[in-house]
Design a protein around this ligand. Structure first.
Ligand SMILES: *Cc1c(COP(=O)(O)O)cnc(C)c1O
Length: 351
């Protein structure tokens, strides 16, 4: 048995997947019970009366090129959230297996674990050291039941990158024992190369990427998992048969054309300048007691009275994220970097 078969739920390894209508675009479709006519007003390329291609080839190839990995290592889903859910369902047996998370971090890892009935093993980041990984405790707490280790870098909501050397040591130490999933939703804002290219040599490493943040396509719902081809093949067995809507496919291919990419690079430069503006200006405000550095498109800040700061932002028609529910962040808010005008209005509301 391969390490993936040993790690995954046996019933998923044994599962015979649903057989969707075959994809043969050169032939006319009388095999999927679709209507032969487009709905009124449908201006999509392929026609919304047709089921979309499962794991669309063009999209896989485009994302593989974007992330510089082989297409066989890419699973595309409705946001990277879908990949988090699929991983948990494929690897964790209810009531027996566990996922390890490092709070304060993105909530979906433990939500998906709970939905699946998997235990959540928390190993907090070290707040006093800029929310660094606690490598030793993590390895100690990685018992046999832990199938997935979720690490978010840059981390949401703290904004910091995790130490790459520590991360890779963890992957190596857990080889064959657990899949280490590094969520790089914000990597484009960090000026650091993705770890995606390391998957080929470290098969128990998996990377989450998304088009929702730096590429400005959150409404299209498209994200990717980059992992060992055997992990990808396993997840393809359980992803819903037509996971990528035709409109998403067309919007993403459009949104990743050279011209669109050049525009998003320019916006990235502006966004990073605005992030710097928030990081330098916020600490000068009397209400702000602390601002953390950020490698992402948001800034975490602590206030003397976070409730009052939330209300003042609202008064300026701006929503910021209440981070007070995260362990150790009792007076913190997470501020997404907006346009120069929006950031200015926020600073004014808090001035
Ligand atoms: C926003 C975000 C995602 C992206 O989710 P999508 O489903 O791809 O929109 C993933 N991970 C983290 C940590 C995020 O903050």
């Amino acid at each position: 048995m391969s390490w993936v078969e040993e790690l995954a739920r046996p019933e998923i390894v044994a599962l015979k997947p649903y057989e969707h209508a075959s994809w043969e675009p050169s032939l006319e479709r009388l095999h999927a019970n679709e209507l032969p006519w487009r709905p009124a007003g449908d201006e999509s390329d392929a026609g919304l009366n047709r089921y979309p291609e499962p794991q669309p080839r063009a999209l896989l190839d485009r994302l593989a090129a974007l992330y510089e990995v082989p297409a066989a290592s890419v699973l595309v889903g409705r946001g990277s959230d879908e990949a988090i859910d699929l991983l948990t369902r494929a690897f964790c047996r209810a009531g027996r297996d566990a996922v390890l998370v490092c709070p304060p971090t993105f909530g979906m890892y433990s939500v998906c674990a709970r939905i699946q009935g998997a235990e959540v093993v928390p190993v907090p980041l070290r707040a006093a050291e800029g929310f660094a990984l606690d490598e030793r405790t993590l390895l100690e707490r990685c018992a046999a039941a832990v199938k997935l280790v979720f690490l978010c870098s840059p981390n949401n909501p703290t904004g910091n990158l995790l130490d790459e050397a520590a991360l890779l040591r963890i992957v190596r130490r857990l080889a064959g024992r657990a899949l280490v999933v590094v969520d790089e939703a914000y990597i484009e804002f960090a000026g650091r190369t993705s770890l995606a290219h390391r998957v080929a040599e470290l098969p128990n490493l998996a990377i989450l990427r998304t088009l929702s943040k730096a590429y400005g396509l959150a409404g299209a719902r498209c994200g990717a998992l980059i992992a060992d081809p055997e992990v990808i093949a396993l997840l393809r067995k359980i992803i819903p048969p037509y996971a990528i809507p035709q409109l998403t496919l067309e919007a993403v291919l459009q949104g990743l054309r050279a011209q669109a990419l050049a525009a998003s690079r320019e916006r990235l430069t502006l966004l990073l300048a605005e992030r710097q503006r928030l990081i330098t200006t916020l600490p000068r405000l009397a209400r702000v007691t602390r601002v953390w550095p950020s490698d992402a498109n948001f800034v975490l800040a602590e206030f003397d009275n976070a409730g009052d700061a939330l209300a003042r932002a609202r008064g300026a028609h701006l929503l910021v994220r209440d981070a007070r529910g995260y362990p150790g962040l009792g007076r913190a808010l997470r501020i997404t970097v907006g346009t120069p005008e929006q950031n200015g209005r926020l600073l004014e509301a808090w001035g």
